[in-house]
Design a protein around this ligand. Structure first.
Ligand code: HEM
Length: 248
């Protein structure tokens, strides 16, 4: 009977990402990709010669994707109380008295060329995830306000519509494309209120794009350095390691 190669005998598979966490990850990745693509088109609306109607349609698609992203994020936050030990808050956020010591140990082992293996997130990944989640929350909150100011859509749309509705106009009939439904003074005040929010949404987008790029580079570097299976683990739920992990 053929024997497995010596190196294969040391490989060990660990269950890590449960199904809800994997679904969250890929729904989030696809939704954010769509949000970025449409966001970049919205940013270049004039250069692309978009009509007012075309711009509204793109905003609507952007906001629908935003709802998917936001609800998926809320679901993940709930799951962080119930999921397996690798998917809970304590394993994904950078806190706890031992965290900084673990980060230092991970950093020096990485630099020495003998990286430590983790079944769940390594300490550097926990830092990156905290930043990513914060930026996603910021985008979801500012986006939800902009959905109200720009489209009069939930969760705050009714409130903004009541603010800017012209006298005698039912707030439900207010439309960003129908000037006669708007009280121009109130509309100007509402746009001034909106202005810093769209600025935060824009700058958070730039930072998020940079952090996503770092996330992708970190995944590739980890795959190469640790000879691991972190990308396939996000599909199969199982991670294959060839050294004893720090977190079992
Ligand atoms: C990762 C998440 C997100 C990214 C990367 C993103 C990115 C962007 C970008 C680049 C713009 C163009 C900004 C500008 O024109 O100045 C934009 C606009 C907008 N976003 Fe998002 N967004 C995200 C999430 C959301 C969410 C969750 C919602 C709503 C639920 C939303 C609603 C809007 C709206 C209404 C606009 C139009 C504002 C305008 O006129 O520019 N976004 N977004």
């Amino acid at each position: 009977m053929p024997q497995p190669p010596a190196s294969a005998e040391r490989l060990h598979a660990y269950d890590v990402w449960d199904a809800p966490t994997r679904w969250f990850h890929w729904i989030n990745a696809l939704a954010v990709l769509g949000l970025i693509i449409i966001g970049v088109i919205l940013l270049n609306d004039d250069a692309l010669g978009l009509s007012a109607n075309g711009k509204i349609l793109l905003k609507e698609i952007h906001v629908v994707l935003g709802y998917v992203m936001g609800l998926n994020l809320i679901w993940r936050f709930v799951w962080a109380f119930f999921g397996n030990r690798y998917t809970r808050w304590s394993a994904i956020l950078p806190y706890g008295s031992s965290f900084w010591g673990k980060l230092r140990a991970y950093g020096s082992a990485f630099l020495s060329g003998e990286p430590q293996e983790y079944v769940g997130h390594n300490p550097a990944a926990r830092l990156a995830i905290a930043v990513l989640l914060l930026l996603l929350v910021l985008q979801a909150v500012t986006g939800a306000v902009l959905a109200g100011t720009d489209l009069f859509w939930p969760p705050f749309g009714r409130w903004f519509a009541s603010w800017v509705a012209a006298a005698g106009i039912d707030p439900a009939m207010v439309s960003p494309l129908a000037a006669e439904t708007l009280d121009q003074t109130a509309y100007k005040a509402m746009r001034a209120f909106r202005s810093p929010i769209v600025t935060i949404h824009l700058y958070a987008f730039y930072v998020l794009a940079g952090v996503i790029l770092l996330h992708l580079i970190a995944v590739i570097v980890t795959e190469i350095h640790e000879g691991g299976s972190i990308t396939s683990a996000m599909f199969t739920g199982r991670k294959i390691l060839n050294r004893p992990p720090q977190d079992v």
